[in-house]
Every structure is written in structure tokens, then in C-alpha cells.
Design a protein around this ligand. Structure first.
Ligand code: MN
Ligand code: MN
Length: 309
């Protein structure tokens, strides 16, 4: 199997189907991977424009343009020297069956995590994060949540399969502790007393420096196990138009990257990027943002885990 460490014998773009041009590996548990990438092609919990189910393949496509950089700027190490990544493809489930999907995500993620590997998951709509959190909770206990989004996703009306309700349920199930959690980029209605998370709304985040935001996150999270979830609509639609519910006034991609880099040394246990919906995208802007945020998360995760010598 070709790894990033070897010089591939094919051209830069031929046969590049997996994330970062990694070969697809449908038996990730049998691999010696440190990180398993999984696509979650699900958008049945979307309230507005659907299409997030096509997110993983768009992210893989865009990620091909990120694979050439041997040592990603501005990091001082080459990820492939320290971290083995396999792309397990997209999760298979019974089409149209949200309950089956939810159970399969949790079962797959639990198996991966119990084998000692970590997960980088690409949605799919944001609902995918709830079964992911359930699996991570089994291995890591109650976690802090760092949640990038235009929406708090703490709403409790409507179906239980709703991409706006995960972070209402997650604390009730004991998966995350809002008192150690932060939501960044919020710019839609929420009840400030209602849910207990710290909110750094988009207007505030756009005024603050990334260092100020990082300081607040570090203070709030401390050394708790940290799950990072990035709804691509946290970014302003000019950086991420390809998503179901875009809201203007969001973060720049530059600021988002700086905040993620600023998590160095924190106890990151899980990561996802969700809500990329390529049908509304333009020139792969959103898919590239999703792919790059994932790659940046992998760097900060590897560094924080002490894998980089
Ligand atoms: Mn959102
Ligand atoms: Mn969301």
C-alpha cells in the first residue's frame, strides 16, 4: 500500500480517490493507522437545503490539492512522518433509515476508538456528531466540546433526527459538559441562559484577535478531553457558500485556521467537519475549506498527542 511517506508512482491527480490521496481501506481496524478518516454521507436531519450527504466526496476531491505539500505551512513537521492515516471511505447504511444510520455510526466509531485509533469524520449534516459523541464518550468519558457554527444546535423542537438538536441532547446524555464547552461563530437566535455553553458569537469573534479567542477556549476547557466539531457554516458564506444554511457575518477561514492551530497541547480526542453541501458550492471553495480544516486538525492533534518527536 502506498503511504504519504513514499513517493507515489502515479501522477498528482490520477487515481486520487481518498482523503489526501490516501488509498481507500475498507478494513481500517486491521490497519496500523493512527487516524481513520470516515465519510458520513447523511443529510436526512437537514432542516433547510439538503445535499450534505455529498460532502465527503467533495472534501476528498478538494483534498487532492493539499497532498503535495510535504511539510504543511506553517507547521515545523511533516505529518506523514509521524501519523498514519487511512481513509475508510463512506459509511454504508440502509438508505433512508436514519435510525439505522445512527446505530451504525456509533458502532463503527466505537470499534475504531476501542482499537486505540482516532477518528476524523466528514459529514454529512451536523446530526452525525451526536452518534460520534456517544461513541467517543464510551472511551473518553464526559468531554468538553469546541463547537464552530453559525447555530447553537441546542434546539429541542421537532424530530430527534434534526441537525439543530444534537447539543441539546448531548449534555442530557452526559456526553459533554457545557460548563467546559465553547461555541464559536454563533449568529442566529439562541437562549443565552438556556443551555450553559459559553458562546463567542460571530460579531464578537470577528472583533477579538484569534489569540484572545484561544485564551478563552483554553480557560474554559482546561485539560478535559476535547471533541472539536466544525460546522462549515461557521465560516462566512464568502468562504463557505456550499452549505445548507449559510448565514452572513461569519468568520474568515484565516481566523478559523488560527484558532485550530492555537489548540496545541490540548487533550483532543475527536474531530469532525460537517455540513459541506457541494451542490451549492462554487469552485470547490467550501470543499477546500472543509478539507483544509480537517488537515489542520490532524496537525494539531498529532502535535498534542506527543506523536511528533
Ligand atoms: Mn450551522
Ligand atoms: Mn451545526
Amino acid at each position: 500500500m502506498t503511504t504519504m511517506a513514499e513517493k507515489p508512482d502515479y501522477s498528482l491527480f490520477s487515481n486520487a480517490f481518498g482523503y489526501l490521496r490516501q488509498p481507500l481501506d475498507f478494513r481500517p481496524l486491521e490497519s496500523d493507522a493512527d487516524v481513520v478518516v470516515i465519510g458520513l454521507p447523511f443529510d436526512m436531519a437537514t432542516t433547510g437545503r439538503s445535499g450534505g450527504r455529498m460532502g465527503p466526496r467533495a472534501i476528498r476531491n478538494a483534498s487532492v490539492n493539499l497532498a503535495w505539500e510535504e511539510k504543511r505551512w506553517p507547521w515545523n513537521f511533516r505529518l506523514a512522518d509521524y501519523v498514519k492515516i487511512v481513509d475508510a471511505g463512506d459509511l454504508v447504511y440502509n438508505c433512508g433509515d436514519a435510525e439505522d444510520f445512527t446505530a451504525r455510526v456509533e458502532a463503527f466509531a466505537t470499534k475504531v476508538l476501542e482499537s486505540g485509533k482516532s477518528l476524523l469524520s466528514f459529514g454529512g449534516d451536523h446530526f452525525v456528531t451526536l452518534p460520534l459523541l456517544r461513541a467517543h464518550h464510551k472511551v473518553h468519558g464526559t468531554m468538553a466540546l469546541l463547537h464552530f457554527d453559525a447555530h447553537t444546535d441546542t434546539y429541542s423542537q421537532g424530530s430527534k433526527y434534526d441537525h439543530g438538536t444534537m447539543f441539546y441532547h448531548a449534555p442530557k446524555e452526559g456526553l459533554v459538559d457545557p460548563a467546559h464547552s465553547v461555541q464559536v461563530g454563533i449568529r442566529t437566535e439562541y437562549n443565552p441562559e438556556g443551555h450553559g455553553y459559553q458562546v463567542i458569537d460571530a460579531a464578537t469573534a470577528n472583533e477579538l484577535s484569534s489569540d484572545d479567542i484561544i485564551r478563552q477556549i483554553r480557560e474554559r476547557v482546561g485539560d478535559m478531553p476535547l471533541y472539536v466539531t466544525f460546522d462549515i457554516d461557521c465560516l462566512d458564506p464568502c468562504y463557505a457558500p456550499g452549505t445548507g444554511t449559510p448565514v452572513i457575518g461569519g468568520l474568515t477561514s484565516d481566523k478559523a485556521l488560527k484558532i485550530i492551530r492555537g489548540l496545541q497541547g490540548m487533550n483532543i480526542v475527536g474531530m469532525d467537519v460537517v455540513e459541506v453541501a457541494p451542490a451549492y458550492d462554487s469552485a470547490e471553495i467550501t470543499a477546500l475549506a472543509g478539507a483544509t480544516l480537517g488537515l489542520e486538525m490532524l496537525h494539531v492533534w498529532a502535535d498534542s498527542k506527543g506523536l511528533v518527536k
